[in-house]
Write a new protein. Structure first.
Length: 238
């Protein structure tokens, strides 16, 4: 079953699609950055360059490739979505990533966010609880030649302790409470971007200091809920 899913994911990503119209998609990426991202205030040069470079259409199902550069999230299967391009750019810029930094990503999804970070030059450790999605992301990212992305299938709320501390943590699913392991695994001075459930959802930028976490609320957002231990804790809170 997993082999069939893996093969279909390769097809959906366009990895073995001989009719790839690269020049058309390059122009769409350029237009996406100019019209959807730069005009809305994203200005970090490396973020804009990465968004122009990473082929988002490879990270969505083939039948949605024509919509890959619109300003909206898209379904990628198993009840999950790829975030809208602006949100990916915003969360990346909030981290202020630099080449060589170690970044922990919670929620690999189809792998697009990890690829953007890798394009900037980060060493990315990404965790996905749904194995077929993790396999899909791995196949696309490997085919695109990003060698600094490391994959794990498991509960993202527990982090990836073996490679801690991290310079940055980016979370693409919303817990009710910030998982304690993620706080611990972030180095002092490091940043975390995470959507958190309250009455709705808020995107938070956290900076770790010697005294704890400084918190800045960025904007209301809507992400899929975080599962695993975070989901169990949410049920206990409810």
């Amino acid at each position: 079953m997993l082999l069939l899913l893996f093969s279909s994911c390769l097809l959906a990503a366009g990895v073995i699609n001989s009719a790839d119209t690269g020049a058309v998609y390059r122009q769409r990426r350029f237009d996406m950055v100019e019209d959807q991202i730069a005009l809305r205030g994203i200005s970090m040069p490396e973020v804009l360059r990465a968004m122009r470079s990473v082929p988002r259409h490879k990270f969505v199902p083939e039948h949605l490739a024509e919509l890959a550069y619109t300003d909206s999230p898209l379904p990628i299967g198993m009840g999950q979505t790829i975030s809208q391009p602006y949100m990916v750019a915003l969360m990346t810029e909030l981290l202020s990533p630099e080449k060589g930094q170690r970044v922990l990503e919670i929620g690999t999804g189809s792998g697009y966010q990890a690829a953007v970070l890798a394009e900037i030059g980060c060493e990315v450790y990404t965790i996905e609880i749904l194995e077929p999605l993790s396999l899909f992301a791995r196949s696309v990212i490997n085919c695109l030649g990003y060698s600094t992305v490391h994959f794990k299938t498991g509960d993202g709320s527990l982090g990836w302790e073996e490679h801690a501390p991290y310079d940055a943590v980016i979370v693409t699913a919303a817990p009710r409470e910030i998982p304690e392991p993620l706080k611990i695994q972030l180095r002092e001075g490091g940043k975390m971007v995470i959507p958190v459930e309250s009455d709705g959802q808020d995107l938070l930028l956290l900076t770790k200091t010697k005294d704890g976490l400084d918190e800045e609320r960025i904007s209301p957002v809507r992400f899929v809920p975080m599962t695993g231990e975070a989901e169990k804790e949410s049920e206990n809170i409810g």
